[in-house]
Design a protein around this ligand. Structure first.
Ligand code: SAM
Length: 290
């Protein structure tokens, strides 16, 4: 029998992104969200939380490379790393490839995301069983408020600011993040799209600028998030991701990448004019002082 199954992510009331589905692998409802994993025709396995695409096998490397390697090659010696969210495991997988990282703590609120990814998307989740990864099922907001540990790099690999991820875009959370970063620490966060969510980018950057001395926005492109051109924010107590970046460390690491490289590390901070005009002083650090 001919099956014509498609999955569609709707964005507001004016956009839909459709993907041909070969097979539904998992569908569940957790305490926090719906969790679905489907086998698509063009993009491999796909994870959706509340109907929003989180990862696909075809392009997840773009997101995970850029959320991870950019801060870990900006900080000269990151040893202790914290991930908030990141339930599919792709960010943890990239973090532990860095030989100087001794420990990677990951705090994900939803066990169903972790378990479903472990079972159906081993390509992204395989690192979650690694001995360097300390996986905690819990609320990242509570964790950063209560921990006494200090982290060199914190990666906020979260969903959009809806439900349990809403506080992950707020000032109280980032004040707690600041407090549990080491004196030269860096935080990188999922920073939405300048095409469709520049208002969220503005409010996140306003929060970060009130707390951190140096704040930045950088780009990457992908296939499956509305807008295609997507961003991460980077807030730093000390290091400038362009001026303090030693590209020799990338070469010396002998790591290979499918998206990240030393040239993209710096060029990803070059933003389109409509973004610069809208965000103005919130991203003035994006310019190199050199
Ligand atoms: N790349 C993704 C994206 O933006 O589409 C993000 C991927 S990852 C699956 C996001 C995770 O953040 C989800 O699994 C969600 O459960 C988790 N999350 C949301 N709020 C959280 C919180 N307060 N604490 C910890 N994890 C949270």
């Amino acid at each position: 029998m001919h099956s014509d199954l498609w999955v569609e992510e709707k964005f507001k009331d004016f956009l839909g992104l459709r993907f041909k589905v070969e097979k539904i692998l998992f569908s569940g409802q957790s305490e926090f969200q719906t969790v679905d994993i489907v086998e698509t025709k063009g993009h491999g396995k796909m994870l959706l939380n509340d109907g929003l695409i989180m990862v696909t096998e075809r392009d997840e490397f773009a997101y995970h490379d850029m959320i991870t390697h950019l801060p870990l090659f900006t900080h000269p010696a990151p040893k202790n790393v914290l991930i908030i969210g990141g339930g599919d495991g792709g960010t943890a997988r990239e973090v532990i490839r860095h030989s100087n990282v001794e420990k990677c703590t990951m705090v994900e609120i939803d066990a169903m995301v972790v378990n479903a990814c472990k079972q159906y998307i081993p390509q992204t989740s395989l690192a979650l069983n690694d001995k360097k990864v300390n996986l905690i099922i819990g609320d990242g907001v509570k964790f950063v408020k209560e921990t006494s540990e200090k982290f060199d790099v914190i990666i906020v690999d979260s969903t959009d600011p809806i439900g349990p991820a809403q506080p992950l875009f707020g000032e109280e959370f980032y004040q707690d993040v600041y407090n549990c970063l080491s004196d030269d620490g860096i935080v990188v966060s999922q920073g939405e799209s300048s095409w469709y969510a520049i208002d969220i980018q503005k409010s996140l950057l306003e929060v970060l600028n009130r707390i951190f001395p140096k704040c930045f926005l950088y780009n990457f492109s992908n296939l499956t998030y509305p807008g295609g051109l997507w961003c991460f924010t980077l807030a730093s107590k000390k290091y400038h991701p362009i001026d303090d970046f030693d590209k020799q460390r990338v070469k010396a690491s002998e790591l290979s990448f499918n998206y990240y490289n030393a040239a993209l590390h710096t060029s990803s901070f070059a933003l389109p004019s409509f973004v610069i005009n809208e965000l103005k002083s919130l991203i003035e650090n994006n310019n190199s002082k050199m």
